[in-house]
Each structure stands twice: as C-alpha cells, then as structure tokens.
Design a protein around this ligand. Structure first.
Ligand SMILES: Nc1ncnc2c1ncn2[C@@H]1O[C@H](COP(=O)(O)OP(=O)(O)OP(=O)(O)O)[C@@H](O)[C@H]1O
Ligand SMILES: [Mg+2]
Length: 278
C-alpha cells in the first residue's frame, strides 16, 4: 500500500461510529497484516491482522504469553516479525531508515509493562529524557514541559524531585505516563498500565487516560487484563486467540462463541465488571 498523508485528517471527536469507536472509514493509524512471530520453534503470531483507528481507545487482551507485549514491541519497531507488514501513520516500519524511525518514535508515547523508569534519575529527569533526545529546546523550557506533564498525569508537584523507589506503585505508573506524554504523542501505547493498582487507583488511572485521550485527541492502544478498564474506557477490544486477533466491541465479543472469549467475557469477573458499569 502506498504511504498515506494523514495530515488532512482531524482527530476523531465525540462523534463516534455506531460501534463506539472512531470512524471506520478514516485511514488506520496502525495497520498490521499477515503478521508472523516466531521464537525458535515457538509460533506466537500466525497471520495476525489489526487496524487501530485514529482517536480510539483500543484494548488488547489475551491469555498470558499469547504475544501482546511482543506485538506492541513489533509495532514500535523494537522487535522484527518473521513475516507480515506493519504500517504506522501510513509508513511501513520495516522500510524505514534510522532517521525516520526516530522521527516516528517522537510521535508515539509508550508505557512499558515493567514501567522502565530509570531508577538513578528523579521523576522529572525521567520525563526530560525524551525531550532532551528529540528536541533542541533549552534546558529551562524542557524542565518546564516536564513539570506540565507531571501535573497532567495527576502527580503532585513534589513527585518530580522523587526517585522511582520513593514512589507508590500508582505514582510510578503516573510517572511513566508523564514520560510517555513528554513529546505530545499522537499514539499512546500502554502495556498493563493498571496492573498491581488497587481497584480505586486503577479506575482513577483509567479516567485519566480517557480524559487525556479526549482532550488531546490521542489514539490509545492499551494491553490490559483489567475487565473494568475494558468495559469503562475502551471503544473496541482486540482479543488475541489462536495466534490471531479478533477485534470488536464488547457486545460483539459477548456474542462470540470462541471458548476462550466466552469464558473471558462471560466468566464471573466479566459479569461483575459489566454490572459495575450499569
Ligand atoms: N525476546 C524473546 N525471546 C524468546 N521468546 C520470547 C521473547 N519475547 C517474548 N517471548 C515469548 O513470546 C511469548 C509472548 O510473550 P509476550 O511477552 O508478548 O506475552 P504477553 O501476551 O504479553 O503475556 P503477559 O500477559 O504475561 O504479559 C511468550 O511465550 C514469551 O516467552
Ligand atoms: Mg505482556
């Protein structure tokens, strides 16, 4: 497919499509086709397809080890698949040179599964890392932007001077989010952002993501095991089963007879999460 110029598109607003997501007709911000991932004898993905629509919050679920984190790393160009194509913002990531990869990196924000803040740096210094790497801004301005991102992520101002080991788990997640937001990304990738948080902390984090997505026009791809997050903030849900992805709304997955999907969404935890919504 030819590269597309996405600059004429406006971010999807609240005028969502009938199935709750962003309009289906706009060019996808991420387009994965025929993805095959192998580690030695282990086949992780086998002909996986996925479109991420501009402006949506897409939840990604699947059993542990089904390849959610690896898929995210492949989309970000950090792992190379055995076969298939991945386009991000209209560009084939395998065909990119280093300069273009770095430029694309600056348009995406990532919160990795393990947080991955530098433990030897304060929160503010962590948030400043991508700004120093990708912008030529003076230090004072970089520090000011870091302060804004820390506040946007719902952290108190004093958190900027703390080291990651001095923060609670929820605060570390927010600090990671502040760093992911540092460069005003168009797409935010979150790998289990609420894992390990108490239910109230997780719900607050979900709402923060939803508010940021709405106010900044972000596209969000969120790997999660948290059924509350899926039901409360995701427009569509991508389920990784049988080494492929089935994507749809919650209602569509509820009608899917696939045994894993049925057990996941109709099991006791799935029912409880849906009832909490109503
Ligand atoms: N660099 C690697 N080398 C070898 N195997 C790997 C590598 N990275 C991932 N794998 C394997 O690929 C499979 C998918 O891993 P991945 O981390 O994507 O799972 P996941 O769906 O994110 O699971 P979880 O929900 O537990 O985070 C696993 O079996 C894992 O052991
Ligand atoms: Mg994972």
């Amino acid at each position: 497919m030819a590269p597309q110029d996405l600059s004429v598109e406006s971010p999807a607003g609240d005028g969502a499509a009938a199935d709750g997501g962003a309009p289906a007709d706009s060019a996808p911000v991420v387009r994965v086709r025929g993805l095959v991932t192998r580690f030695g004898q282990q086949l992780v993905h086998d002909g996986l397809d996925l479109d991420v629509r501009r402006g949506e919050v897409l939840g990604v679920v699947g059993g542990s080890g089904t390849g959610k984190s690896v898929l995210m790393r492949e989309i970000l160009g950090l792992n190379r698949p055995a076969a298939g194509s991945i386009e991000m913002l209209g560009r084939d990531i395998a065909a990119m040179g280093e300069a273009e990869r770095v430029a694309l990196q600056a348009r995406t924000g990532v919160l990795f599964q393990n947080g991955a803040l530098f433990s030897s740096m304060t929160v503010a210094e962590n948030v400043m890392v991508p700004l120093k790497e990708h912008t030529g801004l003076p230090r004072g301005l970089i520090a000011e932007i870091a302060r804004v991102k820390i506040a946007m992520s719902g952290l108190p101002p004093f958190a900027g001077a703390k080291y990651p080991s001095q923060l609670s788990g929820g605060m570390v997640k927010r600090a990671g989010l502040a760093r992911a937001l540092a460069l005003d990304p168009e797409i935010l990738f979150l790998d289990e952002p609420t894992a390990g948080l108490d239910p109230i902390g997780a719900a607050a984090f979900d709402q923060l993501i939803r508010n940021l997505q709405r106010s900044l026009g972000l596209t969000v791809v969120m790997v999660t095991h948290d059924l509350d997050s899926l039901t409360s903030i995701c427009d569509r849900i991508a389920v990784l089963v049988d080494r492929k992805i089935r994507v749809g709304t919650l209602e569509q997955h509820l009608a899917d007879p696939h045994p894993w999907i049925r057990d996941y969404f109709h099991g006791p935890r799935g029912r409880a999460a849906r009832h909490a919504e109503t």
